[in-house]
Design a protein around this ligand. Structure first.
Ligand code: C5P
Length: 232
């Protein structure tokens, strides 16, 4: 299965279908807030029916009981990966996991649950000055990853630059899913901690999330294939 997850950051069904029509084989896609809030969860069902694997990126963050209830309903969709913010704490992450286990239809594999550490759009200055978290980004990322592991999560979302340290702290089988990927020469946009696919591979990232570098490419399918080749 592919190690590249394509972020379907579109606002309507037409754009999604137009984009996916060039992808002849099943791929891994990420459906996030933009598409879900525009088209609802029916979009998830539809893309799943096309045979694609789905990372449902809704980044839950609320009191434990609410997150548990939310995850229970998301688990019914039969998606492959879901996530919540590590900043919600260990009890909330445990509740998220419990919700998935309770909501997964009998006989189906529960979705993997990964925790969002520090967003790749966050710089050290912003973390220190706006969020009031002292120190280096990596220290908070590792703390959050360890909490995620303690709560029974399968892995985390982190930047490529943190994947190696997370594997050292949490084990080789603890999944690292890394956005903030840019091909050499591409615009960085709003991302701060970016890296190329080859560097991601070198750092031991298990899966990469790629949005604009693929969706805005002149030939998205060819770009996807090129990235997959670099990753494998
Ligand atoms: O277009 P680009 O490749 O920057 O898209 C990255 C995707 O990964 C977006 O959908 C964004 O929401 C998501 N993401 C991220 N940083 C995180 C978690 C998720 O960029 N820490």
């Amino acid at each position: 299965m592919s190690r590249t997850i394509i972020a379907l950051d579109f606002s309507n069904k037409e754009e999604v279908m137009n984009f996916l029509k060039d992808f002849k084989e099943p791929v891994y896609v990420k459906i996030g807030m933009e598409l879900t809030y525009a088209c609802g969860l029916d979009m998830v069902r539809e893309v799943k029916e096309m045979g694609h694997k789905i990372f449902l990126d809704l980044k839950l963050h609320d009191i434990p009981n609410t997150v548990k209830g939310g995850m229970k309903n998301l688990a019914k969709l039969g998606v492959d990966i879901v996530n919540c913010h590590c900043a919600g704490g260990i009890e909330m992450m445990k509740a998220a996991k419990q919700g998935i286990l309770e909501g997964t239809p009998e006989g189906q594999e529960p979705a993997k649950l990964i925790g969002v550490t520090i967003l790749t759009s966050t710089s050290k200055e912003m973390m220190n000055e706006e969020l009031g978290i002292e120190g280096e980004v990596i220290d908070t990322v590792i703390r959050y990853a360890k909490n995620a592991k303690a709560a029974g999560l399968d892995g985390v979302v982190c930047s490529v630059h943190e994947a190696k340290a997370i594997h050292e702290a949490c084990g080789a089988d603890f999944l690292t899913v890394t956005p903030g990927i840019r091909l050499a020469g591409n615009s960085v946009d709003d991302q701060k901690r970016v890296a190329t696919p080859s560097f991601a591979k070198e750092q031991g990232c298990d899966m990469i999330v790629v949005g604009r570098s693929i969706t805005k490419a002149a030939d998205p399918y060819a770009t996807y294939c090129q990235i997959e080749e670099e990753m494998n």
